[in-house]
Design a protein around this ligand. Structure first.
Ligand code: MLT
Length: 422
């Protein structure tokens, strides 16, 4: 049974009887997915929310953005097209997409003072920390667009975030490797520009590689949203206080940085490197995982939601082979990854526990082949996830049912205690 802490809350969010595992009120799979038999839009008692953006069925391995299957989007769209879809609800017309793209190109420059901000940070800083700090700092430069109730302000902040996050990310990369920051080249597409900002130098002209561009575009699409994961619910929670969108996204970047969330792609590559470095066989490693040896974990396997193949992992796996072949890269870590995947999938221990490879298992190998240092992997996840965070923030911000978030607490401390008198 469900206990409400306030009478009026119980009246406002009545228990909706489950019908065939579906919520009677909205016909969605809310009940089946959450096991909850009522709906609570403000995280008031249950930490549940409603959203019309992304659909996931973890048992069937289905992921859809606004109704479109992730594999179709990854093959047929671009990052910006999918960003539009997530944020505005429909695929853009060619004219809408061109206008959106043009606006983003016009906002890529960072304020010169913000560039100085990077100088104050140590070059050893993790790029995710630099990213969240700089995004937080954006709210100090754009005080004109902080009002969450002003649609024009929200619109310009949306464009600024999409335009500037890749530039901030590339500057974090350049800072870490001690190279000069490049200027954005607005004659290039979103992904081309990002690659040039990361890998271009003032010493020689940068040549765009269409294979890399297509592969990165696809990887970013696959990361664009994933409903109420830790970082997205953080963005919504912070946004529910009417904090500005830059502050909310910065908080989301912090949440993403953990190794159990976005940091997992970095952890997978470190694990593959450790296996290679130790010279131990993949089978031996698998046995150590099964014996639950301290500190030995099979990173990139299993997912809180998917009890089947992560549908994104299927698409990335296809891309990994294409990209590495096209780039002419042969990476021993990829061989270890393949061996590990096959060994785990053939082992009852993992199959019974429904531990299938997730998206993070393959992405790191591709990012590495593209030339990104390991510490940039989670930053790439953040750029991918940005449109989803924006869409979710905007959805919550315009939903009249949104209340300031306040997850329910189950008190486990001592009962009332008499004050010690002696
Ligand atoms: C994600 O894409 O956010 C991750 O797979 C984590 C999650 O959804 O829980």
């Amino acid at each position: 049974s469900v206990r409400f802490s306030h009478e009026e809350t119980a009246a406002e969010f009545p228990i909706i009887p489950a019908v065939d595992g579906r919520s009677a009120a909205d016909g969605s799979s809310f009940t089946r997915q959450t096991g909850l038999t009522f709906y609570d839009p403000g995280f008031v008692n249950t930490a549940a929310t409603r959203s019309a953006i992304t659909y996931i069925d973890g048992d069937a391995g289905i992921l859809r953005y606004r109704g479109y299957d992730i594999a179709d989007l990854a093959k047929n769209s671009t990052y910006l097209e999918v960003a539009w879809l997530l944020i505005y609800g429909e695929l853009p017309t060619p004219a809408e997409l061109a206008e959106f793209d043009e606006k983003i190109r016009r906002h890529t420059l960072l304020h010169e003072d913000l560039k100085q901000f990077f100088s104050a940070l140590p070059h050893t800083a993790h790029p995710m920390s630099m990213l969240s700090a700089a995004v937080s700092a954006l709210s100090t430069y754009y005080e004109d667009s902080l009002d969450p109730h002003d649609p024009e302000a929200v619109e310009i902040s949306t464009i600024r975030l999409l335009a500037k996050l890749p530039v901030i990310a590339a500057y974090a990369h350049k800072k870490a490797i001690g190279q000069a920051f490049m200027f954005p080249d607005n004659s290039l597409s979103f992904v081309e520009n990002f690659l040039k900002l990361n890998f271009g130098t003032f010493a020689e002209p940068y040549e765009v590689n269409p294979v890399l561009v297509q592969a990165l575009d696809r990887l970013l699409i696959l990361h664009e949203d994933h409903e109420q994961n830790a970082s997205t619910s953080t963005v919504r929670l912070v946004g529910s206080t009417e904090a500005n969108i830059f502050a909310s996204i910065s908080a989301g970047i912090h949440a993403l940085s953990g190794p159990l969330h976005g940091g997992a792609n970095e952890a997978v590559l470190n694990m593959l490197g450790d296996i290679r470095g130790s010279g131990e066989s993949v089978q031996k490693f698998i046995e150590r995982v099964k014996n639950k040896e301290r500190g030995v974990k099979l990173m990139g396997f299993g997912h809180r939601v998917y009890k089947n193949f992560d549908p994104r992992a299927r698409v990335v796996k296809e891309s990994a082979d294409e990209v590495l072949k096209d780039l002419g890269v042969s990476d021993p870590l990829l061989d270890i990854a393949r061996e590990l995947e096959q060994a785990a999938l053939a082992d009852d221990y993992f199959v019974e526990r429904k531990l299938y490879p997730n998206i993070d298992f393959y992405t790191g190998v591709i990012y590495k082949a593209m030339g990104f240092p390991t510490r940039m992997f989670t930053v790439l996840f953040a750029i991918g996830r940005l449109p989803g965070w924006i869409a979710q923030w905007r959805e919550a911000n315009t939903d009249p049912g949104t209340k300031i978030g306040r997850p329910q607490q189950v008190y486990t401390g001592p009962p009332a205690r008499p004050w010690p008198t002696s």
